[in-house]
Write a protein that binds this ligand. Structure first.
Ligand SMILES: [Zn+2]
Length: 495
């Protein structure tokens, strides 16, 4: 990222406020690392369980935390971002037993596919991906630690459970106390559990090659302990930010806190961040409702640039309802940015203007929004206003390309901090035409088709053949594409 933080222009540097699910309030992000410059932020986000193709919800969460991470880096924090792959888990074992696939080949394949999609979405690579299959000995040691501290017990069958009654503050993340929870849990079948709230740390199981020997017999770890133990190994006992989808708050994150704080005796994560839920067409995404979108298909249907733009226009904590209308409504706004950048040749080598009063104002508005719990929609409002001002100055002739290059470069770089504007105009136009045609159920038009028709229209108008000119306009309009004429030439929008 080339643009440096503008911290140095502030008389009193503002801290980034982050909504902490634990305590349900915004708190200042104070790095655990006390280094005077470039302090490290230890950040862990629960990632993929690769038992099938990743879905668009995985893409949503990854993009949201990528925005967080990009902004922290812009604010000169050294983000040590770890994401896991839960490649040993009940659903994976069920799938392997049902299909006869090799579990390692299956999970590797789905994981690679997921990261290829993230590359298309231009998320920055995380510092470390932890795979459960590579941490089983460490997980076993972590469980042994919990047993020796009296927080876990072994059953005669060789299962190990966490004893929830030993952890007095259990339920603090999801604001539930154990008596409330007792009423909500169904009585489980395992008679060896001391309480129905107790959860498995180790499960006796010899059904697949994912199982390994342990002091309690051949088996495999439970889901929750995997994250706690891997965080302990790669980031330590106390981290700055723990994130994940809101659906993981209970029981997964509650159980992670209980285990990790029982193990270390201290605080586990200073801030718990949760990404809001995903709906498709007003309903929860599910296979039974027939609205399940596999991530690679979502990228094909909506385009990576547009999907990121739509995601950035909603706050990460709010739930998002993806509809065709939402995507189509955002096409023109995204294209407006790319058209401005394309008008200004040499933008790549231009220096951003960070000193003029109007640019200072944009930087301040952008940072104020992002400092307030990563409010990307508000930050984008500031960028859209600035884009429109630059375009108006160019359109009116009050400024030439050379006058606004530094401003546009600033706009481009601030957009990059939200993960936007990495693709060229040609790519975004082509994607937009594809998305538009698919949503309208119209015959797809290529970018070349549209530009050829616009050129033909200019030619026939020059020859005063207005009938053909209207015909072309109507032909495009029938496919949701509207021609706009200006002094600079014709361009198109989505009607
Ligand atoms: Zn986790």
């Amino acid at each position: 990222m080339t643009l440096q933080s503008r911290n140095e222009y502030r008389s009193s540097p503002r801290k980034i406020a982050v909504y902490n699910t634990l305590g349900s309030e915004k708190v200042a992000l104070d790095p655990l690392d006390q280094a005077a410059s470039n302090p490290e932020i230890k950040m862990y986000v629960c990632g993929l369980t690769p038992q099938e193709h990743s879905h668009i919800g995985h893409g949503l969460m990854s993009v949201r935390f990528d925005i967080v991470r990009r902004y922290l880096a812009y604010r000169r924090l050294r983000v040590n971002f770890v994401m896991n792959v839960t490649d040993i888990e009940d659903k994976i074992i069920a799938r392997v037993l049902a299909t006869g696939q090799d579990p390692l080949v299956m999970t590797r394949g789905y994981t690679d596919e997921f990261y290829a999609c993230l590359a298309t979405l231009k998320t920055l690579p995380v510092e470390k991906i932890t795979r459960v299959t590579e941490f089983v000995p460490q997980i076993i040691r972590f469980i042994e630690g919990l047993i020796s501290k009296g927080f876990a017990y072994i059953t005669p069958e060789g299962n190990v459970y966490f004893d929830v009654s030993k952890k007095e503050d259990y339920g603090k993340l999801s604001n539930q106390n154990t008596s409330m929870l007792f009423e909500s849990v169904r009585k489980e079948l395992d008679k060896q559990k001391r309480s129905p709230l107790d959860f498995a740390l180790w499960k006796r199981d010899e059904s697949t090659k994912l199982s390994q020997p342990s002091p309690w017999g051949i088996g495999r770890p439970g889901w929750h302990i995997e994250c706690s133990a891997m965080i302990h190994e790669v980031l330590g006992d106390h981290i700055d930010i723990h994130g994940g989808g809101l659906d993981l708050k209970f029981p997964h994150h509650e159980n992670e806190i209980a285990q990790s704080e029982a193990f270390s005796g201290g605080c586990f994560a200073n801030i718990w961040m949760h990404s809001g839920l995903l709906n498709i067409g007003g309903q929860k995404m599910s296979k039974s409702l027939n609205n399940f979108i596999v991530l690679s298909e979502g990228l094909e249907n909506y385009g990576a640039a547009l999907l990121r733009f739509v995601i950035a226009r909603q706050h990460y904590r709010s739930s998002i309802d993806l509809t065709d209308k939402l995507f189509r409504d955002n096409l023109n706004a995204l294209l407006d940015f790319h058209r401005l950048f394309a008008r200004l040749s040499g933008l790549e080598s231009a220096q951003p203007d960070t000193a003029s009063p109007e640019c200072q104002a944009v930087i301040e508005a952008f940072e104020a929004a992002m400092d307030n719990d990563f409010n990307s929609p508000e930050a984008l409002v500031a960028l859209e206003k600035f884009r429109s001002e630059i375009a108006q100055r160019l359109d009116s002739g009050k400024a030439g390309p050379a006058d606004v290059g530094g401003q546009a470069k600033l706009l481009l770089e601030l957009g990059h901090i939200l993960g936007l504007f990495f693709y060229p105009l040609e790519h975004v136009e082509a994607e937009g035409l594809r998305v538009n045609a698919r949503i309208l159920g119209a015959e797809p038009l290529s970018r070349e088709d549209v530009h050829r028709l616009m050129q033909e229209r200019m030619d026939v108008r020059a020859a005063k053949n207005f009938a053909r000119s209207d015909e072309i306009r109507n032909e495009l309009a029938a496919r949701g594409v509207e021609i706009l004429d200006s002094k600079a030439g014709s361009t198109f929008r989505f009607a």
